[in-house]
Design a binder for this molecule. Structure first.
Ligand code: PLP
Length: 406
């Protein structure tokens, strides 16, 4: 990465010492660190205005509304949507997926109708559909994966029946790092008239997203995974789809008029934004996406891939280490197990060396069950990480493995 020293200065957390050692932050798939510009944008809103949006005629409210609405344009550019009217703000991927599941349930799912998800979904794209299975009697089908952690898309067509209405699939797996061929999957699903939802929670931070190219009907992501604040996320929906979709939540701001007899909903994305939204967080998200776009998603992708390759090649020399997720197309996520060492012990010992990784099932228990393991250790890389950090991590990991094997 060019100017890595300058980039790192944008993230004050990277100058901290943890347990007497410089912090090495490899927990980026859980959440990314935030650059100063994100915090400054949120501070500016809170310190110089903090007014509510849309409803006020006074200056502060108009300023806040302008800033908030401007982020729709930034998001539009970020995912190459046709219009900013296709951008809905929500609290994150989880609420985005739940809202879409509820809206689609009202719009088109009856008892016996089928929804397809993939074998590598985050719980956020499993549980909402299981709730619908309990409440409405829908059927949940699973597109399988192989031992490398790649989806067996050749089986997709056979899974689809006349009762299949929705396909909801993760773009990049958070526990395996696999990049799924979502454009192809969408094309197959569309050929059978399915609605397609893409969970881009992990994909957003590792490369470019082009919703027009993918041609999905809906796509969701969280701000905090892409260097923005927590508590904010985006639902993208094709404009014509959103026009026909009933809102999952009701309340203030999403209406045109309310009488005791009837509510007429507002037009456009605000129809799906009931109540006071996370205004500061939306503004922070705008700053984060501008930061990310200025780096260039291709540069980020290329750089993180070199970190991943360096780490993968080195850890393969550690005895008893097995990489979980060896797909051909991967982002900078390295999940692994070491014979005889519990991931939590690995995580704790790495923390002692100042290295933050994630251990556990990563909210993908069916993935863990598939590989016959309870948990992995996951190192996930960002553009602000360095090859030297990767080398130090591998050195510590080697020591840990030796310690437990003697
Ligand atoms: N989907 C994927 C692939 C994820 O990695 C995550 C978070 O780790 C989620 C969904 C849920 O995101 P959030 O907790 O921000 O709603």
């Amino acid at each position: 990465m060019q100017n890595i020293k300058l980039i790192r200065e944008d993230f004050p957390a990277l100058s901290r010492n943890i347990n007497g050692k410089p912090l090495i932050y490899f927990d980026n798939a859980a959440t990314t660190l935030k650059p100063k510009s994100v915090v400054a944008a949120m501070d500016d809103y809170y310190l110089n205005g903090a007014a509510n949006i849309h409803r006020g005629v006074h200056r502060l409210s108009i300023e806040a509304t302008d800033k908030y609405e401007n982020v729709r344009k930034i998001c539009q550019k970020f995912i190459n949507a046709r219009s900013e009217q296709e951008i809905i703000f929500t609290s994150g991927t989880t609420l985005g997926l739940n809202s879409l599941a509820l809206s689609l349930a009202v719009q088109k799912l009856s008892h016996g109708d089928e929804v397809i998800v993939s074998a590598m979904e985050h719980h956020a794209n499993i549980v909402p559909w299981q709730l619908l299975r309990e409440r409405k009697g829908i059927v949940l089908k699973v597109l399988p994966m192989n031992d490398k952690g790649e989806l067996e898309t050749q089986h997709l067509e056979a899974l689809i029946s006349p009762r299949t209405k929705v396909l909801s699939c993760v773009m990049t797996s958070n526990s395996l790092g696999t990049i799924n061929p979502v454009k192809h999957i969408t094309a197959v699903a569309h050929a059978h008239g399915l609605e397609v939802i893409i969970d881009a929670a992990q994909a957003v931070a590792h490369g470019s997203i082009d919703v027009q190219d993918i041609d999905c009907d809906y796509l969701v992501f969280s701000g905090h995974k892409v260097y923005g604040p927590t508590g904010v996320g985006v639902i993208y929906g094709k404009e014509e789809k959103l026009k026909a979709l009933p809102p999952a939540l009701g309340g203030g701001d999403m209406i045109f008029s309310v009488t005791w007899e009837k509510t007429i909903f507002a037009d456009g994305p605000v129809r799906f934004e009931a109540g006071t939204p996370p205004i500061a967080e939306v503004i922070g998200l705008g700053a984060a996406l501008e930061y990310f776009m200025a780096l260039g998603s291709e540069n980020v992708e290329r750089y993180e891939s070199t970190l991943l390759k360096r780490a993968q090649a080195a850890v393969k020399r550690i005895g008893g280490l097995r990489i979980i997720g060896e797909a051909k197309e991967k982002v900078g996520i390295l999940s692994f197990v070491i014979d005889g060492v519990h991931p939590h012990d690995i995580g704790t010992l790495l923390d002692g060396a100042g290295i933050a990784v994630r251990t556990g099932h990563h909210c993908t228990q069916p993935v863990m069950a598939f590989f016959g393991i309870p948990a992995t250790t996951r190192a996930s890389f960002s553009f602000y990480n360095t090859p030297e950090e990767v080398d130090f991590f591998v050195e510590k990991l080697t020591e840990i493995q030796k310690f437990f094997s003697t």
